[in-house]
Design a protein around this ligand. Sequence first.
Ligand SMILES: Cc1cc2nc3c(=O)[nH]c(=O)nc-3n(C[C@H](O)[C@H](O)[C@H](O)COP(=O)(O)OP(=O)(O)OC[C@H]3O[C@@H](n4cnc5c(N)ncnc54)[C@H](O)[C@@H]3O)c2cc1C
Length: 468
Amino acid sequence: MQESIAIVGAGWAGCTAAYRLAQAGYRVTLYDAAAQPGGRARTWHWENQEAFMLDNGQHLLIGAYHATLSLLAELGTLTQLQRSPFRFCYVDGYGFKPPAWVEGSPIKAYLPPSLQLLIAWLNGTQSSTEKWALVRFFCYALGCRWQAPDGQSVIQLMRQYRQPANLVDRLWRPLCVAALNTPIELASARVFLAVLHDTFFGPAGLANDLPPATRMIKREKCHPTDYLLPKCSLGELLPEPICAWLTQQQHDVFLGELVTAVRPLSGNAPGVSVQTRQHIFQHRACVIATRWQQLTQILPPAILTAQQHQTSAQPAQPITTVYLRYPSHYRLPAPIQALRENTDNPGQWVIDKGQLDPKLAGLFAVVISTQTEIKLTQTNLVGAVCLQLQREFSHLQLPSQALDYQLIQEKRATFQCDTARVTPSPNTLHPAIWLCGDYLLARYPATLESAVRSGNAVAKAIIERFTG
Ligand SMILES: Cc1cc2nc3c(=O)[nH]c(=O)nc-3n(C[C@H](O)[C@H](O)[C@H](O)COP(=O)(O)OP(=O)(O)OC[C@H]3O[C@@H](n4cnc5c(N)ncnc54)[C@H](O)[C@@H]3O)c2cc1C
């Protein structure tokens, strides 16, 4: 007989778990409080702009996202990603700036990716002290096997590895925020080193199948640092195809259904009850795939471990995305560009959506992470971002105001990946209730990859429990 498994939460973690369990022959019921699947990585419709299906916040995938890329390949949506080479270079040439004799030349296909990065770094406009400090950083990290003590923050790591202040401000601080969405003073050095290792030295996997962007040459292999930008909306990439497949396979997908409580069945009956506002359903087992903060709202406290209780109180960090619409002939020099951030210039990254989908020509997404205290009003923030783009890309002669804008502020975009963070087990104290979500992987910060890996892992654990 098919065991019936409930999954509460149709984010990327819950969708992955549901898909894997259904593939293994279990009867799956997927619940989500929202009207559409995807959670924090869902499609969002720009009001009054019928053509614009955007995301709940601009997302970036990279070549090192093995589990995610493998799942997208199964779903047939892998080709919806556009691959472009890692480029962390400001408009003034500071950073990784590939020289003309490498960029776009056939020689590139024969250079190992790490050598390409080294050449690009040595070609940047930073001082030679800073150039050698970065090389020293990687040598130290290699010597320590990419490990750091648990309580060490990234800023302490920078001091230990003798990184100059300007290099910390212009390279390490923004890289840390981009990777961990946590300020460098709080961020965990252990997780940061793990991310750097897997991104710069891990295998690239499936992304080799992706057609390279126009600026990349044909034979160029994909590197784990490569940026993979979605050409479609995030919903179309994974959660919507999974929900459509589940429905087609006669599984239940209940969207707009808030789960108010999940309780073990009373007596000796195996299984759980899932309570929504109107109904109570019974299942053999349940996976809670919500955010970390919602565990204690849905589950009885007695079935959570001490670490799971501690996790539910982990602080969050925000991400703001400002979508700006300019006349369609405006095009940035690259699909993604790092911006120089300071008090007057809040933007950290800009993505030219028109280079991913021609329908979106002239639409730019500016990302602002971790600034818990943006003191500007919405209109002033948008105004400041427009002026920042106008200054940074002065050769484009952008107007001082966009035609239209949308601002999406996610106050609890990710958990704070700090030195005090604990990673709990996905097993609760009840044998039929499991946890799943981006917060369950000790090695990584909150990412789509962590969510997908966690979904795969919980499905495997459930299958082993019922078959073993
Ligand atoms: C603006 C922004 C930008 C980001 N950028 C990146 C990026 O560039 N790269 C990257 O890898 N990651 C990025 N992330 C992080 C990434 O989106 C998350 O790590 C990932 O989506 C988490 O997925 P999840 O399934 O674990 O959780 P969630 O997406 O939070 O899913 C939880 C689901 O549970 C549902 N739910 C909650 N409570 C209930 C209830 N009581 N009943 C029913 N349903 C419930 C919610 O509606 C939600 O759908 C970003 C996040 C944000 C917000």
